[in-house]
Design a protein around this ligand. Sequence first.
Ligand code: UDP
Ligand code: MG
Length: 312
Amino acid sequence: MKTLSIIIPCYNEEFVINSCYTRLASILDNLKKIKSQIIFINDGSTDNTCMILASIALSDSRVTLINFSRNFGHQAAVTAGIHHCQSDLAIIMDADLQDPPELIPDILKCQEQESANVVYCVRKSRLGESKFKRWSSKKFYRILNKFSDTKFPLDAGDFRLIDSRIIQEFNRFKERGKYVRGLISWVGFKQVPFYYERGVRWGGESNYPLKKMFSFASTALVYFSKKPLQIAMGLGFFTVFIGIGMALWYIFGKIFGYTEAETGWTSIMIGIIFFGGVQLLTIGVLGQYIGILFEEVKERPEYIIEDIINKK
Ligand code: UDP
Ligand code: MG
């Protein structure tokens, strides 16, 4: 008999967690030839999520609850779920029911038919998400794909099935800033898409404000690409050439008398501001990478667990 774990990160989900559990449990009960388990990761919720999850875990031995000591973020929570998963298969999904649990049987079927190591779920539509979020996410994945050697599927989130082979490889990753979906794509093996309609949030509100979205995007970019550094260097070369060109033009101009260098205020100001901007920008790019190095060399744990209920 195969074993399956459902990994669900939760942060302040008191309004949805009960329906999430009941809908999921009824699907899992009907799965044939599969023994399932649910791993909830309470990512330092400040509402009643922890209490609700604890009472679910106490009444259902299939449910494991990992409580973090504080909020460590979505990716750390998913990582902890994968670290604690000993099943043949795992499905990562959100607590807010935007990824419908009713799809699980079809995803499993897809995995079996294709004998895939990863089934990543691709959103055909994204209901209830703002135009800006859809537009920015589309642009972001295009840029990421251009910038990185790894190819990332468009319109796929963390909602995916992975098998024990992938879990085993994932557990070898030592980097702390984990961009989970990127790392799973990076691992390789057989990865197949599964198309679905992404619903609206069941209740509560999104925990991904613009600020978190930006930091998520910059982690992905900096961890998966050195292109920003190369662009910065390219910009440097470009401006140096312009500088040399201008210097030669005016020096020879003076000697041969075809130009008279004006002591113009405007051109000097433009030059200073433009090249000052280029310098600050490149220093900023460098800073991003140094910041990441700083985080990584400290070797702090990615998350701290307060306690685990129903540890398997
Ligand atoms: N989440 C988390 N920690 C956080 C933020 C979010 O564990 O700091 C969980 C959240 O409970 C949900 C999932 O990550 O299960 C996706 O979050 P959300 O629905 O807010 O993101 P969106 O769907 O709006 O991108
Ligand atoms: Mg959501």
